[in-house]
Write a protein that binds this ligand. Structure first.
Ligand SMILES: *Cc1c(COP(=O)(O)O)cnc(C)c1O
Length: 343
């Protein structure tokens, strides 16, 4: 399949990534979700990136980028992250004997900051947004000679995330739709490239935030634009795509069939659904595919085409927040059912 001519990335890069990832990253399970299948009227499967050792799929891209850098003798890397990429980079760097520095903004939850530190990386907390953290990372790269590993806009990172797409089409050859959380677009671009190369007819849906979604705003504007970053349950979906975006914007524009936007309440409901019905602890960003099914926002004519895969991207939610969401839902359900019985 053809990719935008401005982008130098092919399915062969994703197969090369898979070889680099072998033995370092999990091939994750793809499991059917009966409650969601019944609701959607078509088989729904969950691709569980929650089981990766760092709790998210970001280990794939980070490992691919670092394994290649390690071959060039690179000794020090830096990145900016909403949390999960930094954690993945720290993990991969430790495995490969590379020093990692991770720049995080003050919006990154404490559980994620602590996890990066625990893996032996240097942490720099600076700025109020992902974009400011990125400035700091780029400054370190420029002034102190670190190799910069971007969180999404990098061909090796995209190819690493794309290995998820290979695994999906191999495990479920008749997959008709794949639903992917969308932020910077590295995950979406990689999966879409792998899937559409296998079968052009596979539908690719990006799910993102109703407020503060930079890729969606950029697709609507026809070029990369800035958006204000807001506090959200799906903290891994925050941050811009970069005004000088080189890969993910063009690839996403080319490969996306539709975008779905969600509000905070539906993300919260999907986190609770994951816990009660799928027995999964997921972070907000990972719940958006389930939210799209629960809210019935995927068009019926698309769903009718056949099996649907939701990429469940990560488990790294703060446990206190998770407990509050589950408890709040429990009390709501009780009051709802009691009001029903009084009627
Ligand atoms: C990074 C991340 C995403 C979004 O990936 P992009 O490549 O930035 O689009 C989704 N979910 C989780 C859990 C993430 O960590």
């Amino acid at each position: 399949m053809s990719v935008p001519s401005s982008v130098d990335l092919s399915p062969a890069d994703i197969y090369r990534a898979r070889a680099r990832l072998d033995g370092r990253v999990c091939r994750t399970p793809l499991v059917e979700a009966p409650v969601l299948s019944a609701l959607a009227g078509t088989p729904v499967y969950l691709k569980l990136e929650t089981v990766q050792p760092t709790g998210s799929f970001k280990l794939r891209g980070a490992t691919n980028a670092l394994a290649r850098l390690a071959k060039t003798g690179c000794a020090r890397v830096v990145t900016a992250s909403t949390g999960n990429h930094g954690r993945a980079l720290a993990y991969a760097a430790r495995a490969l004997g590379i020093d990692a520095t991770v720049c995080l903004s003050r919006l990154v939850p404490a559980n994620k900051v602590d996890a990066v530190r625990a893996l032996g990386a240097q942490v720099r907390v600076s700025g109020q947004s992902q974009d400011e953290a990125e400035h700091e990372a780029l400054r370190l790269a420029r002034e102190e000679g670190f190799a910069y590993v971007p969180p999404f806009d990098d061909p090796f990172v995209i190819a690493g995330q794309g290995t998820i797409g290979l695994e999906i089409v191999e495990a479920l050859p008749d997959v008709a739709n794949i639903v992917v959380p969308l932020s910077g677009g590295g995950l979406f671009a990689g999966i879409a490239l792998a899937a559409k190369s296998a079968n052009r007819a596979i539908g690719l849906t990006g799910v993102t935030l109703a407020r503060g979604a930079a890729m969606h705003a950029s697709l609507a504007a026809g070029k990369p634009v800035l958006v204000e970053e807001l506090d959200t349950l799906a903290d891994s979906l925050g941050g811009g795509i970069g005004l000088d975006n080189r890969y993910t914007y063009a690839l996403t524009r080319e490969l996306i069939d539709q975008t779905v936007l969600l509000d905070e309440a539906s993300i919260a409901r999907a986190i609770v659904h994951a816990y009660r019905h799928e027995r999964l602890v997921v972070e907000g960003a990972a719940a958006v595919g389930m939210a799209a099914v629960l809210d019935r926002v995927l068009p019926a004519e698309r769903i009718e085409r056949g099996p649907l895969v939701l990429v469940v991207t990560g488990a790294n939610i703060g446990m206190d927040l998770h407990r509050r969401l589950i408890a709040a839902d429990g009390s709501q359900t009780k009051s709802q059912s009691s009001s029903r019985t009084t009627r």
